[in-house]
Design a protein around this ligand. Sequence first.
Ligand code: NAD
Ligand code: AHE
Ligand code: ZN
Length: 369
Amino acid sequence: MKSRAAVALEAGKPLSIEEIDVEGPRAGEVLVQIKATGVCHTDAFTLSGDDPEGLFPCVLGHEGGGVVVDVGAGVTSLKAGDHVIPLYTAECRECKFCKSGKTNLCQAVRATQGKGLMPDGTTRFSLGGKPLYHYMGTSTFSEYTVVPEISLAKINPAAPLEKVCLLGCGVTTGIGAVLNTAKVTPGSTVAVFGLGGIGLAVIQGAVMAKAGRIIGVDTNPGKFELARQMGATDCVNPKDHAGPIQQVIVDMTDGGVDYSFECIGNVDVMRAALECCHKGWGESVIIGVAGAGQEIRTRPFQLVTGRVWRGSAFGGVRGRTQLPGMVEQAMAGTIALDPYITHNLPLERINEAFDLMHAGKSIRTVIHF
Ligand code: NAD
Ligand code: AHE
Ligand code: ZN
């Protein structure tokens, strides 16, 4: 079938609006009509060329909501008409990772996903007869996409797809990092580095966890008003201080925070986020994604003296099991989605979403098909 799509023809170039060809679903696969998708910084990261797994030409996008159009042989959990959120972290419930009970990082389709291909090693997308790569197993910047059955969360059909699409990445990642990865305890002091979509969702998670103090850190003071509205008790701009930001936070908090979250993808800030944690028990969670060749550094003494460094992918959430419940929470108002949606645009104007993000003017732009 034909599909309108925003295609990343090459790294560092704007997306190109094209009519692509999408093949029907093969065994274990599902054809989804995407109704709306958010644009996450990770899409911009891959488009920039910094992602070691970035492949071009491809169809980016991983924060979508849609409706099942057709299913391939052997698909039993979904049927045409079901409403779904594509998952870049699959959940097969059979692999060693799923069975461990220790991680959400299902590996059933991860290897082919990282190569921009479906699990059988082929692509369902082409443009002018030439193959296009998939992206993160989701490729939500196409009106029609093909996704493995195990990479789809079936959700309440009454949920507004143009809002709950944000649970496909940003909001789930931030809230989940707080509740599942760090397991923030009531009364804790939390520092959040980067107040974009992920950082705001960390703030929302910290409020849900009943944190006592939530310190937002960003170099763009334009992000502070919304951060405060969502629950930040303090906002700090590192540019307002001569010394290192970790020392500023240690001084503000009688020795450091209980938990910190890096929501930028900057390895120097990752170090600061660890080093602003309290001696003996402070835990820092890396959420931000850093480019090829980047590495983190700190004095080992920081860890010897009790600080803990962790990482979190998709907020530690098992998508098929837990995302439907988070959609219900959004519908009930216990998870807010509206504050994140600063802009809405049609697919044809998707490049403006990237411009707004790079200019620091948006939190999430939702693209409508
Ligand atoms: P965003 O662009 O909306 O927000 C980033 C924020 O960081 C901006 O407000 C920016 O002003 C701020 N910032 C930049 N440099 C800074 C600095 N040196 N000090 C303080 N603040 C600074 O991005 P986003 O969509 O919120 O994504 C944030 C990061 O999280 C990205 O790296 C993205 O790839 C990553 N991410 C990871 C996961 C995961 O599962 N681990 C999921 C989603 C996104
Ligand atoms: N491809 C990159 C890594 C990118 C990355 O870390 N992705 C996060 C999700 S970002 C969503 O906005 C993630 O879930 N990682 C776990 C995984 O299995 O990809 C690289 O460095 O190669
Ligand atoms: Zn994302």
